[in-house]
Design a protein around this ligand. Structure first.
Ligand code: ADP
Ligand code: MG
Length: 693
C-alpha cells in the first residue's frame, strides 16, 4: 500500500486552482492526471524578467518589466484593428496593443491615471514603442507576484502558460519531506540536495545554467528515476531466479536427432549461445537470458533447442511472438523441423475461440501438448500448462517486461529466454532488461552472400520494373515495399494498393498484397501465396518488417526509402539474403533528397552490420528520437535523459544490485525509504515481488 506521505502527490490535478474539467484534460495529456505527474514536468526554458529599464531605454526584442502610468485608452474603429492603451513614464510613451480585446476588462486592468507594472517583449512599430499582450499587468503593490525569473514549461496548445505555471506552483505547496533513499556517502560525494530541495530548485531556475540536465538538482532527480527503474528490474530478476528454479538437464536425445536432420551445421556463436543456455537451465536458479541477434542470424534454431531441452526433461515449453504472422511462422518452422520426432506442437493466438480453443487448453493442461507457440494470447487467464519449464519470448522490436512476468507465473521457476533482433546499445539494454545475462549471435549463417544494395532515383521506376520482370523470368521472387496503405490526396507517397494494381496489370496473378489494415487471415493467405510461389511479387507495407521468412526471395524494392528510418530499412532488407542465392536490395528515393537521408542510404550501401547501423542511427537522429519511441515499448524516462545521464544509469545498476544483496526484502531503514521511492515512481508491482520475510 502506498505510504501516507505520498497521498497528496498522488491526488488528482482537478484539485488545483484553474484546473477545471477542460484544462484537466489538457494537463492530463501533457503530464498526467496526478499532482506528481505535473511535478515531473520540469521547465525547459526560462524568461528573465529582471530587466527593468525606463521606457525609452528599453531595448527592442527584449523582455522587460516596466513601471508605467496609464494615459488613455483608444478603442479601434473596427474589429480588425487592435485596442490600444497608451502609457508613459518620466522618459516617454509606450503603447500596449491588444487584439480581440474585451474593453471593459482592459479598463479594469489599466485604469487611466493609475500606475501599473507590466512585463513582456518590447517592440517598435514605426516610431512607436509597443508591447503586444503583456504577459503580466499588476498594480505596484502586487509587483512581487511577477516572478523575476519565470520557468517555461513544455506546452500543449490551448492551455495557457499562466494556468499551467499556477497549477504547478500550487502543486508544489507543502511538498512532503520524504525519507532519504540514497546512500548517504554517495549523496555527499555528489553534493546532491535531498529530494524535496531538488524538486523545488529544479522548478525555480535562477539562470540558464540551472536548466542544464547536469545540475545537482536535476541529476539527483534523474538518478532517483533510474534507481527506481534498476531496482524494479533487479527485484523482478531476483524473483525470477530465486528458490523454485529447477535443474533441467535433458539427455540430448531429441536435440541430437533434430540436429541430424538440419540441412546445415550450427555456427560457432549459435553453439556458444546454446551452451550458455544449457548451463543456465542446469543451474539451481531459473534462467533469465537475452539472446540478441540480427535478423537472419538464426535465433529460431537456438530457441528450438532450448525448448527441446525442457521436453527431454518431461516438461512443456512455450514460445511467444509479438504478432500473429510471426507466431504462425515459428509454428510452421518448428513443426517442420520436428517432423517425425514425436514432439507435439500447437498454436494459440487471439483468433482461436470457442470449442477449438477449449479443446486445445484441455490438451495443454493434460500435458498432451509439448510445445505451445502463440501470441500474447498465451498469457491469458485460463491458459494452464501441466508443467511449463521453459518459455522463449521473441520480442523482435517490442519490449514487454510485464508479459515476461505473467508467462513465468504459469509454471514453477520457469526458465526464460528473451530474443531480440534489435541491436540496441548497452545503455538501452540496461533500462529494458536490467543486468541480464546476454548471448549474442554475431555471425551470419555460413554460405550467406552479402546483399547487393543500390540506391536509385524514383524517376527510374520503369527501368526498375523491367529489371524485376527479367529477374522473375529467371525464377526470382521479390518484395515490393511501399510506405503507405491507401492513396492520399495530400501526399505523393506510392500507395501499396495503387502499386499492387499497377504491377498486377503487368504481372497478373503473380502479385500478392499485404498491409496492416487487412484481416490477419488475409495477410497470412497473401504471405502463404508468396512463400509457396503462386505469387512471385509481394507488395507490402512495413508489416513484413518483422519475421516473415521466405528464404528464396532474393529481391526487395523499397519505394521512398528516404522516408524510412535506418533501423527499419535494415530490418526490411533482412527479409532477403536468407538463402544461398545472391540477393539485391533496391532503395528507390524521391527528390529532393536531404543530407540526412542521403547519409542514411549511404550507410545501408556500405554495411549490413546491425550494430553499426544502430549506432549510426543514433548518431544521425539523436538519442531522443531513437530512444523515445512510444510503440517500441522502451521505458520513457521523465527526468532522466539517457544521453546525458548514461553514467548515472551504470551507477544505479550497481546500487540496485548491492541493495538487494544486502537487504533482499527492503526491511532496513534505507530499504523502507527505497520502498517509498518505488511507490513514488509507481513501481508498486516491484514491491509485491520483493522477497517476503
Ligand atoms: P532470425 O530468427 O534470427 O531472424 P532465423 O532463425 O529465421 O533468423 O534464421 C534465418 C534463416 O537461416 C532460416 O532460414 C534458418 O533456417 C537459417 N539458418 C539458421 N541457422 C543456420 C546455420 N547455422 N547455417 C545456415 N543456415 C541457418
Ligand atoms: Mg534452472
Amino acid at each position: 500500500m502506498r505510504p501516507e506521505v505520498l497521498f497528496k502527490l498522488f491526488s488528482p490535478i482537478t484539485g488545483l486552482p484553474g484546473i477545471g474539467p477542460r484544462n484537466a484534460k489538457l494537463v492530463e495529456k501533457l503530464a498526467g492526471a496526478k499532482l506528481i505527474d505535473l511535478l515531473w514536468l520540469l521547465p525547459r526554458e526560462l524568461i528573465d524578467r529582471r530587466y527593468s529599464p525606463s521606457i525609452t531605454e528599453a531595448e527592442t526584442g527584449k523582455v522587460a518589466t516596466l513601471t508605467v502610468s496609464v494615459d488613455g485608452h483608444v478603442a479601434p474603429p473596427n474589429k480588425r484593428q487592435p485596442y490600444r492603451v497608451r502609457c508613459f513614464d518620466g522618459t516617454g510613451f509606450i503603447t500596449l496593443v491588444f487584439f480581440h480585446a474585451r474593453p471593459d476588462y482592459l479598463q479594469k486592468m489599466l485604469p487611466v491615471g493609475e500606475t501599473r507594472v507590466i512585463s513582456g517583449v518590447v517592440e517598435r512599430y514605426r516610431d512607436e514603442i509597443q508591447m503586444t499582450h503583456p504577459d503580466h499587468i499588476v498594480p505596484p503593490a502586487e509587483a512581487a507576484s511577477i516572478r523575476r525569473v519565470e520557468p517555461v514549461y513544455p506546452m500543449t496548445a490551448s492551455l495557457s502558460p499562466k494556468t499551467l505555471s499556477r497549477a504547478i506552483a500550487a502543486a508544489m505547496e507543502d511538498l512532503p519531506v520524504l525519507p532519504e533513499w540514497l546512500d548517504p556517502a554517495y549523496l555527499e560525494q555528489q553534493r546532491w540536495p535531498d529530494w524535496r530541495t531538488a524538486l523545488l530548485s529544479a522548478h525555480a531556475p535562477e539562470d540558464a545554467a540551472a536548466l542544464s540536465l547536469l545540475t545537482p538538482a536535476r541529476a539527483r532527480l534523474a538518478y532517483d528515476e533510474l534507481l527506481a527503474n534498476q531496482l524494479t528490474l533487479a527485484v523482478m530478476r531476483a524473483r525470477q531466479k530465486r528458490g523454485n528454479g529447477r535443474k533441467l538437464k535433458g539427455d540430448g536425445a531429441l536435440r541430437r536427432s533434430v540436429l541430424k536432420s538440419l540441412p546445415f551445421a550450427l555456427t560457432d556463436t549459435q553453439k556458444l549461445a546454446l551452451k550458455e543456455i544449457r548451463d543456465d537451465m542446469a543451474a539451481d536458479g531459473a534462467m533469465l537470458r537475452l539472446l540478441q541477434g540480427d535478423v537472419g542470424s538464426g535465433k529460431t534454431v537456438v530457441a528450438l533447442f532450448t525448448l527441446l531441452n525442457a521436453i527431454e526433461c518431461g516438461g512443456q515449453a512455450a514460445i511467444m511472438a509479438p504478432t500473429e504472422i510471426l507466431a504462425r511462422q515459428h509454428s510452421a518452422t518448428i513443426t517442420a523441423l520436428l517432423e517425425g520426432s514425436g514432439v507435439r506442437t500447437a498454436i494459440l493466438t487471439g483468433r482461436d475461440k470457442g470449442k477449438g480453443r477449449q479443446e486445445l487448453l484441455a490438451r495443454l493442461a493434460n500435458g498432451e501438448i509439448d510445445i505451445l507457440v502463440g501470441t500474447h494470447a498465451i498469457f491469458q487467464a485460463g491458459v494452464e500448462f501441466q508443467d511449463l519449464m521453459v518459455a522463449v519470448i521473441d520480442e523482435q522490436h517490442r519490449f514487454g517486461v510485464h508479459q515476461r512476468l505473467s508467462l513465468t507465473e504459469k509454471g514453477r521457476g520457469v526458465d526464460v529466454l528473451v530474443m531480440t533482433a534489435t541491436p540496441i546499445p548497452r545503455t538501452l539494454t540496461l533500462t529494458v532488461y536490467g543486468d541480464l545475462d546476454v548471448s549474442r549471435l554475431t555471425e551470419k549463417p555460413a554460405g550467406r552472400l552479402p546483399v547487393d544494395t543500390r540506391t536509385i532515383s524514383l524517376e527510374r521506376l520503369p527501368d526498375v520494373i523491367d529489371g524485376v520482370a527479367r529477374a522473375l523470368g529467371q525464377g526470382a521472387k521479390a518484395y515490393w515495399v511501399c510506405p503507405l496503405v491507401e492513396e492520399s490526396e495530400v501526399s505523393d507517397m506510392a500507395a501499396a494498393e495503387a502499386r499492387h494494381r499497377e504491377l498486377s496489370a503487368r504481372f497478373g496473378d503473380a502479385v500478392a498484397l499485404v498491409h496492416g489494415r487487412m484481416k490477419s487471415a488475409e495477410k497470412d493467405a497473401a504471405i502463404e501465396r508468396f512463400a509457396t510461389g503462386s505469387a512471385r511479387i509481394l507488395v507490402a507495407t512495413t508489416v513484413i518488417e518483422v519475421g516473415v521468412d521466405v528464404p528464396d526471395a532474393t529481391i526487395i524494392v523499397i519505394e521512398h526509402a528516404e522516408r524510412f528510418g535506418l533501423a527499419q530499412l535494415h530490418q526490411l532488407r533482412g527479409r532477403i539474403g536468407r538463402g544461398e542465392k545472391a540477393s539485391r536490395c533496391l532503395l528507390l528515393f524521391g527528390q529532393p533528397l536531404g543530407d540526412t537521408a542521403r547519409s542514411r542510404l549511404k550507410i545501408l550501401r556500405e554495411t549490413e552490420d546491425g550494430f553499426r547501423i544502430a549506432e549510426e542511427d543514433l548518431r544521425l537522429r539523436g538519442a531522443g528520437e531513437v530512444l523515445g519511441t512510444r510503440q517500441s515499448g522502451l521505458p520513457e524516462f521523465r527526468l532522466a535523459d539517457l544521453a546525458a545521464h548514461a553514467e548515472l544509469l551504470a551507477v544505479a545498476r550497481d546500487d540496485a544490485r548491492l541493495i538487494l544483496e544486502r537487504d533482499p526484502s527492503l526491511k532496513s531503514p534505507r530499504g523502507g525509504a527505497l520502498r517509498t521511492l518505488l511507490y513514488l515512481f509507481e513501481r508498486d508491482a516491484a514491491i509485491l515481488n520483493l522477497r517476503s520475510g
